[in-house]
Structures are given as structure tokens and as C-alpha cells.
Design a protein. Structure first.
Length: 333
């Protein structure tokens, strides 16, 4: 008889994570932990998180808080990814030694300071956002403007653009999943999910217990991206109808594309805010409705997660253990 998977949560935790290069980052309510398995053993980095301010704060307002949380998660994630990458930058030991350039020497000296590291993380964050905007907003908008020569219904155009965005996401995820290095990252992604599932089931964090969990999780970043794209279709379509009377109409396809891109950028915080609240909903409740709403994003995780080996699971257990709150239950979602 096949083993029954243990994925019945006893509670929902706010702890989340991210797969890295041969490692996992876990983000808890009080601490963040990055655990990397390098050639010389396991390395850990634990940082305290700033406690939330008491009283009124924009970061607590529904819809608005999603934008703040998204930016924070991006910043912490990029910082953790850079930390893990540092352990594997000198893997080409067989290559002949080359003289270090003046720029490399200058960069190495500057990166020793926390301020320089923060600047580098900020640059990486901006570049990542620009790439995402270009891939999922600019490119579909250009396609939509070209199709506008034949399709004159704004709602239909935004629906077509939405389909293009989803196609780009699926193609992008599928293509990178075929890369050998990404297969291991996606396996660590599976280990992260399995470890959190085991913790939510209130089972001891052992390799055996974690291995039995499903590698899918409703609060995954992959699901969040899919929700963002789906909600963008609805928001952009409705906004096109409401703002049509005050939106300038140009004969030039280029100007039309710029207007459409500008409108989407203005609406993007609203889209992210709604997507965050949606993820909170499906992450907090488990019933037929939330399972149906989260199903497409969960299916996408079959591409972005792989089954981990025991060593990857050990990294997930270590990372999660380091961010567990001192007072049990304070991480309740």
C-alpha cells in the first residue's frame, strides 16, 4: 500500500521562504535565515527583523500593505540570493589564474562594506523590476498596440494582452526549468514547501516527515505571480472602460503604446495590492472555494518545484528552525 501524504495543516504560518543557489532562505516574523550547502559544509546567516511599529501605519492598511510586503520580500530575497551565489563564484578551480583587474579589485574592496552591499542589492532590485516590467508590461502593450490596428475594442485588446502575459510566464518558467542549474534550485524550492507543510501539520521536523509532504503550497511566489497576471487582466480591462473618456487617442501606434504602458504602471500597485490580499485569503483558509481559486497557481508549481533529496530537506529544516518564533503560535497567519 502506498504511503499517504501528510499535508493536513493544523494551523497556517506566516513563515515563507525562497529557494537559492544550493540553499534556502526562510523569512519569519522575528528573523530571516539563509542556509547554504557549499563544498566545505553548511553556512548559515541569521538576521533580526525590525518589529512592526505600534499604532497607525500604512504597512497595515489592506491593499496598501501588499506593495510594502512585496518590495520587502524582493529586497530580502535578492540579498539572500547574492549571499548564496558568493559560495560558488570560484568553482572554476581548473582554469588558469588570471591577473585581477583594477575594477575587480575596487569592487572587491567596496563590497566589504554593508553600505556598498546595500547599494548593490538596490541596483539588482531595480534591474529585476525593469526586466519584469519590460517582459510582462511593455512587450504585451506593444503587441496590443499593433493589434489595435485591427481590433478596436479596448476590453478585447486588454484580454489579448493578458493572454500574452500568461503565455510569456508559462514559456519562461518552462524554459528555465529545463536548465540543469535551475533543476536543483527548483528542488530546493520543493524542499522549502515541504518543510513548511510539515511544520504546519505540527509534525516533528525530520527528514522522513518532511519528505512525505506535498511540494505545492498556496502561498508560493509562483502562485502570486500568476495571480498578479490574472488580476491585471481584470483591472486593466475595467480601467480601460472607466478611463476611456479622459484617455487621449493617438493615431500613432508608438504614442498609443506609451499611453497604455503608462496606464499599466500607474495601476500596477493596485494589482499587486489585490493579489497580496488574494494570497492572504487562500493562505489562511482551506475550503473548496479557496482550493478552486488557488488551483491554477498550484498547478504552475509542478513546473517550478522538483522533488528534493535528503540533503536539500536538511537545509530546509535548518532554515525553518532558525526563524521559529520564541513564543509558540505568534507566527499564526
Amino acid at each position: 500500500m502506498a504511503k499517504k501524504k501528510c499535508c493536513d495543516e493544523k494551523f497556517k504560518t506566516m513563515i515563507g521562504g525562497q529557494a537559492l543557489i544550493e540553499g534556502i532562505m526562510m523569512l519569519g516574523p522575528e528573523k530571516s535565515a539563509t542556509v547554504v550547502r557549499a563544498k566545505d559544509g553548511i553556512h548559515t546567516k541569521v538576521e533580526d527583523r525590525k518589529p512592526p511599529k505600534k499604532g497607525f501605519s500604512l504597512k497595515k492598511i489592506p491593499l496598501v500593505r501588499g506593495v510594502f510586503n512585496f518590495c520587502t520580500s524582493m529586497k530580502v530575497g535578492i540579498k539572500a540570493m547574492m549571499y548564496s551565489a558568493n559560495f560558488f563564484m570560484d568553482d572554476d578551480d581548473d582554469q588558469p589564474a588570471q591577473k585581477q583587474s583594477k575594477f575587480d579589485a575596487w569592487l572587491e574592496r567596496k563590497l566589504e562594506s554593508e553600505k556598498a552591499q546595500s547599494v548593490l542589492v538596490t541596483i539588482a532590485l531595480v534591474l529585476g523590476m525593469l526586466m519584469s516590467v519590460g517582459l510582462f508590461i511593455v512587450l504585451p502593450s506593444i503587441i496590443g498596440s499593433v493589434l489595435g490596428n485591427w481590433v478596436h475594442n479596448e476590453v478585447v485588446l486588454y484580454l489579448v494582452e493578458g493572454v500574452v502575459r500568461i503565455f510569456i510566464l508559462l514559456a519562461y518558467m518552462y524554459l528555465i526549468s529545463k536548465m540543469n542549474d535551475m533543476k536543483r534550485v527548483f528542488a530546493y524550492h520543493g524542499a522549502e514547501h515541504k518543510t513548511i507543510r510539515c511544520y504546519e501539520a505540527k509534525l516533528p521536523l525530520t527528514v522522513e516527515n518532511v519528505r512525505r509532504q506535498t511540494r505545492l503550497h498556496p502561498r508560493c511566489g509562483t502562485s502570486f505571480l500568476f495571480v498578479v497576471l490574472f488580476i491585471s487582466i481584470l483591472v486593466f480591462s475595467v480601467a480601460s472602460i472607466l478611463l476611456k473618456p479622459i484617455t487621449p487617442d493617438f493615431d500613432s501606434a508608438i504614442l498609443d503604446a506609451l499611453v497604455r504602458i503608462g496606464l499599466k504602471l500607474l495601476l500596477l500597485p493596485i494589482v499587486v495590492g489585490i493579489a497580496y490580499e488574494f494570497n492572504r485569503l487562500v493562505g489562511r483558509y482551506d475550503n473548496w472555494l479557496t482550493r478552486a481559486l488557488s488551483a491554477p497557481g498550484m498547478w504552475l508549481q509542478y513546473i517550478t518545484t522538483n522533488e528534493p533529496d535528503d540533503e536539500m530537506i536538511e537545509v530546509g529544516i535548518e532554515a525553518l528552525s532558525l526563524v521559529l518564533p520564541e513564543q509558540e503560535g505568534t507566527d499564526q497567519w
